[in-house]
Design a protein around this ligand. Structure first.
Ligand code: PBG
Length: 325
């Protein structure tokens, strides 16, 4: 036999020498849920081992994460019902606790990078990412609200704006608003190919942000489509996005691969809440081994072409792979 691929697998040093894909903790973005509560941390039923943090809890969690080699965080606010309305005014209100927390974190931890989410859903009494009128999500009436939200977040100190709303033209609109307000250094990571997915369920539990009526299928993408992701990518590139994102990740590895081939922009993958929950549940039942199944899942996203991964596993992965930095 001339060809024996197993010879290249015979020794751990050889296996490592020819390893094609490396995932470092610095490639990861750690999503955190933020509250204005007096309680430091609150458990989330459908996301075992994850918490909603108040400012003090958040500081502790970020400090621990930094010590494990993580540097980039995406923050999602849990907005009390009394602050929600039809036009998400609280999202850019001066009294917004989330904006205050962003400012304080950037002062407390000057070395970190903070990313935000731009969409109306956490602030909207309708629970939709856009403005709702007569049961319809109105694209062009949503854009000015997203613009104000993005500018307020950038003013508070956010480094990367993450529009997750899937309205048409929002990247260009937000870019323009940021530039007019002299914030040309603030980046945009567009949720380019965001699918209407069942895997966001636990996230909506965490924020209590599920739509009050209908679903998100008129703005989020049909899971059956891949070409359409390229169309969204072309538009986001033209509109000035700095990074393109695919979301969810695990069921859409082919889309990550396509976007990586197509674009010269860095590609991010969002390993979403449902993907976390299903793996955690299997591991808690003893059906899968966490410390091997979890890195294998993340590696698949990196191998498919993701430069960075937003993942709730970030801390656990970093703990296992501190040596990679
Ligand atoms: C809000 C938003 C969602 C997620 C990130 N930003 C939920 C949604 O679109 O309904 C999901 C993240 C996750 O499931 O981990 N626009």
């Amino acid at each position: 036999m001339l060809n024996r691929p197993r010879r290249n697998r015979k020794h751990p040093a050889i296996r490592q020498m020819i390893e094609e894909t490396v995932l470092r903790p610095s490639n990861l973005i750690y999503p955190l849920f933020v509250t204005n509560s007096d309680v430091e941390k609150e458990a989330i039923d459908s996301l075992p081992d994850l918490y909603r943090w108040n400012y003090n809890g958040l500081c502790r969690e970020i400090e621990e994460s930094i010590n494990l080699g993580l540097r980039t965080f995406v923050l999602f606010p849990v907005i009390p019902d009394e602050f929600k309305d039809k036009t998400a005014t609280y999202s850019y209100a001066e009294s917004n606790f989330y904006l205050d927390i962003i400012h304080k974190l950037k002062t407390e931890f000057p070395g970190i990078v903070l990313m935000s989410d731009v969409a109306m859903d956490p602030y909207s009494s309708d629970g939709h990412d856009g403005f709702v009128q007569n049961g319809k999500i109105l694209n062009d009436k949503t854009l000015p609200i997203l613009g104000k939200m993005a500018v307020a977040q950038a003013q508070a100190g956010i480094d990367i704006i993450g529009p997750s709303d899937m309205m048409d033209g929002r990247v260009a609109f937000i870019r323009e608003q940021l530039d007019i307000n002299e914030m040309d250094e603030v980046s945009i990571m567009s949720y380019t190919a965001k699918y209407a997915s069942a895997y966001y369920g636990p996230f909506r539990d965490a924020l209590d942000s599920a739509p009050k009526a209908g679903d998100k299928k008129t703005y989020q993408m049909n899971p059956a489509n891949k070409k359409e992701a390229l169309r969204e990518a072309e538009l986001d590139e033209m509109e000035g996005a700095d990074f393109l994102m695919v979301k969810p990740a695990l069921c859409y590895l082919d889309v990550i691969h396509s976007l990586k081939e197509y674009s010269s922009l860095p590609i991010a993958a969002y390993n979403v809440s449902g993907e976390y929950a299903m793996l955690k549940a299997a591991c808690q039942n003893g059906w899968l081994d966490y410390n091997t199944a979890m890195p294998e899942m993340l590696l698949s996203m990196r191998r498919a072409g993701a430069d960075s991964i937003l993942t709730y596993f970030a801390k656990d992965y970093a703990r296992l792979h501190k040596d990679l930095k």
